[in-house]
Design a protein around this ligand. Structure first.
Ligand code: ADP
Ligand code: ZN
Ligand code: ZN
Length: 743
C-alpha cells in the first residue's frame, strides 16, 4: 500500500477526531476538499477529505481501515479558506469538524448530490429561423407570431415564451421545422459586474454622519470590523448600500446577514432597486434545489449579493468583498441546538480569514460588540439622527400599581389610544405572550393547568379551544370541568395577544385590528399579507409579539405601547435587562418614523426602577454604561467568558451519577489550569431554570474565566475526560460556548 492512498476524512459523527480511510485502486484519488461517501458502522455517510495521509499513525490498525465508497467532487467543494474557518469553529465550539462541514452544506450536498448548477435550457433562433421570412408562415399564424417574437428576442426560456402567450404546440412545430432549437443557457462570466450595474438614480445624498461612515468603511478593502451604531431610522441601510457599491464596482461579492424576521420582500427590493446584478435571497420558502442553486451561484461568482439568515454565513464566495451583519444583537444569529455557533462571531473570523471588511449594524448593539468597540477592536461609527426628518419619539412610563386594568390595558393607555386613533393614526400594542391567556385556573380549588412533561403552565388558546404547553407542544381541548374538584368554574389568568385582540375589537369597534404572532402567521404568506395590510392602512390597531417589533417600516404608527416589562426587570437571567432595553428601543423605533411625531408608553409596576429611568431619560448607550459596569463587577460576559455544560435525561438517577463524575473530573482540571491571574470558576451542577422539559430532567454547569484560552483548555480537558466515563453515555450532554439563553 502506498501512503497516498490513505485519506483523513472529517466524518459527521459526534466524535471530534478525524478518521482514516483507504482509497481503493479503482477510484481516482480524491483531492483534499472533496466529499466522499464512506461506510460508518452500518451506515453510509458523506464526509470531507481533509488530508492525504503521508505519515501513518502506528497506533491505528491498518488492517481495520475501510475503503471509501465513492468520490463525490472532482474539485474542492469549498474555498480553502473554509477549512480554516470550520476548523476554527470546531476548536472554538468544541464540536465535531465532520458535523460542522455537514452543516455548512445545503441539504442536497449532505445527501451526496452533485455540486452542479441545474442546466437551464433556452430556445435559440437557428440560422434557418433567422433567414426565414415571416411570409413563409402565412398559413400558420401562431407559428408566424412565435417566429416574429424569436427574431426580436433570439434567446428565450420556455417560460418566457409562455408568458408571451405562445403555446407548446407552436413551439414544437417551429422546433420541428428547424427554426428554433433548445440549447443550454450559457452563464455570464464570473463576477462580471462593475460601476455601471449601480443604479445611481436610486442613491440618496448622505448626511454628514452617513458620509463619514461610508468613507470609513470604504477606506480599507482589507479586513476590518466596524460597528455602525445608529438609532432606528437613521439610515443604516443606506450606508450598507453605498458601502456595497464599492464592492460591486470592484467586481466582488457581498454577503448580507439579516435576522430571521428581517428577511422580507422589502429588504430584497431595496437591494434590487440599487443594484442591477444577480442577487441570491436565501429565505425559508426555498426548496432544497433552489437553496443549492443559490449556494452554487455564490460559489461560482454568478451572484453578486447574497442575503440570508444565520446559516448564510457558510455561503462560499468566489471573490469575497464584504460582510454585513444587520441587527447584530439579534438572538437568531445564535443556533440553539447541536452546533451552537454564533453567525455574528463567525462573521468576524471569516472576514479576517478572507481579508474583507465586516460591518455590523444595530440601534442596540450587544454588550459583547460594544465592549469590542470600546476596546478599539472594532471601528465605531455613529448615526445619531433620524435620516428622513423624523423627530424622536416622546416617552412615558405608566404606573399601573393598584390600577384596574382592562385586559391588561390601563385607563391612561386606553385614553392615549383613543386620541391617536381619532387623529387617523395607527397604534401598536406590544405584548410578548401569544395565546389567549398564559394560565388556566380553577376558581373553586385553585387547580392550575400545568404540563405533566415540563415545569410550565398550559397557555389557553380560546379561538380554537385548546390549551397548549409552549415548551413541548403538548395540546388538549380546554377542559370543561376542573380535573381536581369537578367544578365548572374554570378561569383564565393573565393576558395574551389573542385576548388583547379580542378586547380591542370590543373597545374600539370602529377601528380594525390585526394580530402578528406565531399563531396568526403560521400559514405561508400570512405575515406578508398582514404587513401589506398595515402599510395599506387597512388596520389601525396592530397587536403583536416580538415579531412585530423588528425592522418593519410603518410610517403611520404614532403610538407604541408595551404592556408588560416587569417580568424582565426581575428575571434571574443576567442578560434580561440587556434584552429588555434592546426590545424597548426596537419597539420605540416603530413610532413616528415619517413626519408624524411618535409617542411611546410603557406600563410597569416599577416606574422608579433605575434601569427604566435611565433608558427613558438618557437612552441606550447611557444605559449600557451602567449595566456593563454591573457585569464587570459581577465578573460576567463580556468581561468574563462563559461556557455552559447542558445535561438532559429522562432518568434523574443517571443525571445524579453524571453530576458525580463531573465533580470528580473538574476538581483536578480546575486546579491544574486555573491560577490567580487566570481564574477558572465552576458553578453547579444545578437544575436548569426550567428543570423539566418534554419529560426530560435538565441540569447545567457554568464555567467561567477571565482568560478565554484557559476556559477553552479546560473545556478540552473536560470533554476528553468525560468521554471516558460510562455515566457520560447515559445522559445527553453538550457544550455551549458563549451561551445566550440559559433556560
Ligand atoms: P435604518 O436602517 O437605520 O433603520 P433606513 O436606512 O431604513 O434606517 O432609513 C430610514 C429612512 O430614511 C428610509 O426611508 C430612508 O430612505 C431614509 N433615508 C436614509 N438615508 C437618507 C438620506 N441620506 N437622505 C434622505 N433620506 C434618507
Ligand atoms: Zn377545582
Ligand atoms: Zn410541556
Amino acid at each position: 500500500m502506498t501512503h497516498t492512498t490513505l485519506l483523513e476524512v472529517a466524518v459527521p459523527t459526534p466524535l471530534t477526531r478525524p478518521f482514516n480511510y483507504l482509497c481503493p485502486a479503482e477510484l481516482a484519488l480524491p483531492v483534499v476538499g472533496a466529499r466522499v461517501t464512506i461506510p460508518f458502522g452500518s451506515r453510509e455517510l458523506t464526509g470531507m477529505v481533509t488530508a492525504h495521509v503521508t505519515e501513518v499513525d502506528e497506533s491505528i490498525n491498518q488492517d481495520k481501515l475501510k475503503p471509501i465508497i465513492a468520490v463525490l467532487d472532482a474539485l474542492p467543494l469549498q474555498p480553502p479558506s473554509f477549512h480554516k474557518l470550520l476548523t476554527w469553529a470546531s476548536n472554538y465550539y468544541h464540536y465535531s469538524l465532520g458535523e460542522i462541514y455537514n452543516q455548512s452544506w445545503p441539504a442536497l450536498l449532505r445527501k451526496g448530490e452533485a455540486a452542479q448548477l441545474q442546466q437551464v435550457l433556452q430556445w435559440c433562433l437557428t440560422p434557418l429561423g433567422e433567414s426565414t421570412s415571416l411570409d413563409d408562415l402565412k398559413r400558420a399564424k401562431k407559428q408566424q407570431q412565435l417566429l416574429a417574437h424569436m427574431q426580436e428576442n433570439p434567446k428565450q426560456c420556455t417560460q418566457q415564451l409562455k408568458d408571451a402567450e405562445h403555446s407548446s404546440p407552436s413551439i414544437k412545430a417551429c422546433s420541428e421545422k428547424g427554426l428554433i432549437i433548445q440549447q443550454p443557457k450559457t452563464q455570464p462570466p464570473a463576477c462580471y459586474w462593475h460601476e455601471e450595474h449601480i443604479n445611481e438614480d436610486d442613491r440618496l445624498v448622505l448626511n454628514k454622519e452617513q458620509a463619514i461612515a461610508v468613507a470609513a468603511i470604504n477606506n480599507n478593502p482589507n479586513f476590518s470590523t466596524s460597528l455602525l451604531l445608529g438609532i432606528t431610522g437613521s439610515g443604516k441601510t443606506e450606508v450598507y448600500l453605498q458601502a456595497i457599491e464599492r464592492v460591486i464596482s470592484e467586481g466582488k461579492q457581498a454577503l448580507v446577514m439579516v435576522p430571521e424576521i428581517g428577511l422580507t420582500p422589502q429588504t430584497l427590493q431595496r437591494f434590487q432597486s440599487r443594484f442591477n446584478v444577480p442577487i441570491v435571497f436565501l429565505h425559508s420558502g426555498l426548496n432544497d434545489k433552489e437553496r443549492l442553486d443559490g449556494w452554487l451561484k455564490a460559489k461560482l461568482g454568478l451572484a453578486a449579493i447574497v442575503i440570508g439568515t444565520r446559516s448564510a454565513i457558510f455561503t462560499p464566495l468566489l471573490k469575497p468583498g464584504m460582510i454585513i451583519v444587520d441587527e447584530e444583537h439579534d438572538a437568531s444569529y445564535k443556533q440553539h441546538d447541536t452546533f451552537r455557533y454564533s453567525a455574528r462571531d463567525l462573521a468576524v473570523v471569516r472576514a479576517n480569514i478572507e481579508n474583507m471588511p465586516l460591518v455590523m449594524g444595530s440601534a442596540t448593539p450587544s454588550f459583547e460588540t460594544l465592549h469590542n468597540a470600546q476596546q478599539g477592536k472594532y471601528q465605531l461609527l455613529t448615526l445619531s439622527k433620524r435620516a428622513a426628518n423624523a423627530s424622536q419619539a416622546s416617552h412615558q412610563l405608566i404606573d399601573i400599581k393598584g390600577l384596574q386594568l382592562q385586559n391588561g390595558m390601563s385607563p391612561q393607555l386606553l385614553e392615549l389610544m383613543k386620541h391617536h386613533l381619532n387623529q387617523g393614526n395607527q397604534v401598536m400594542i406590544f405584548l410578548n405572550r401569544r395565546g389567549y391567556a398564559p394560565a388556566l385556573l380553577c376558581h373553586e380549588c385553585g387547580w392550575l393547568g400545568d404540563c405533566k412533561r415540563c415545569d410550565a403552565n398550559y397557555t389557553v388558546h380560546q379561538r380554537y379551544r385548546y390549551i397548549q404547553c409552549h415548551h413541548c407542544g403538548d395540546q388538549h381541548a380546554i377542559p370543561y370541568q376542573c380535573p381536581g374538584c369537578g367544578s365548572t368554574q374554570l378561569a383564565t389568568a393573565g393576558v395574551g395577544t389573542e385576548q388583547l385582540e379580542h378586547a380591542v375589537n370590543e373597545l374600539f369597534p370602529e377601528f380594525k385590528s390585526v394580530r402578528i404572532d406565531r399563531d396568526s402567521t403560521r400559514r405561508k404568506g400570512a405575515l406578508d399579507e398582514s404587513l401589506a395590510g398595515i402599510t395599506n392602512n387597512d388596520y389601525q390597531i396592530l397587536i403583536g409579539t416580538q415579531m412585530l417589533a423588528k425592522g418593519h417600516h410603518f410610517p403611520d404608527v404614532t403610538l407604541v405601547a408595551i404592556l408588560d416589562v416587569d417580568s424582565a426587570l426581575f428575571s434571574g437571567d443576567f442578560r434580561a435587562s440587556e434584552k429588555l432595553a434592546q426590545l424597548y428601543l426596537q419597539v420605540s423605533g416603530r413610532a413616528g418614523r415619517a413626519s408624524k411625531p411618535g409617542q411611546v408608553a410603557l406600563q410597569t409596576h416599577h416606574p422608579e426602577h433605575a434601569l427604566l429611568q435611565l433608558l427613558n431619560s438618557k437612552g441606550y448607550v447611557a444605559f449600557c454604561e451602567v449595566a456593563m459596569k454591573e457585569r464587570r463587577v459581577a465578573q460576567l460576559p463580556p468581561y468574563w467568558h462563559m461556557a455552559l455544560l447542558r445535561i438532559e435525561s429522562h432518568n434523574g438517577d443517571n443525571i445524579t451519577a453524571f453530576n458525580q463524575t463531573i465533580q470528580m473530573v473538574c476538581q483536578p482540571l480546575l486546579q491544574q489550569l486555573g491560577s490567580k491571574e487566570h481564574p477558572l470558576r465552576q458553578i453547579g451542577p444545578m437544575p436548569s431554570p426550567m428543570e423539566r422539559r418534554a419529560g426530560r430532567y435538565r441540569w447545567q454547569v457554568i464555567f467561567e474565566s477571565s482568560t478565554r484560552s484557559r476556559l477553552h483548555a479546560f473545556i478540552d480537558g473536560l470533554q476528553q475526560e468525560l468521554l471516558r466515563h460510562k455515566s457520560a453515555r447515559q445522559v445527553r450532554w453538550s457544550i455551549d460556548i458563549d451561551p445566550i439563553d440559559m433556560v
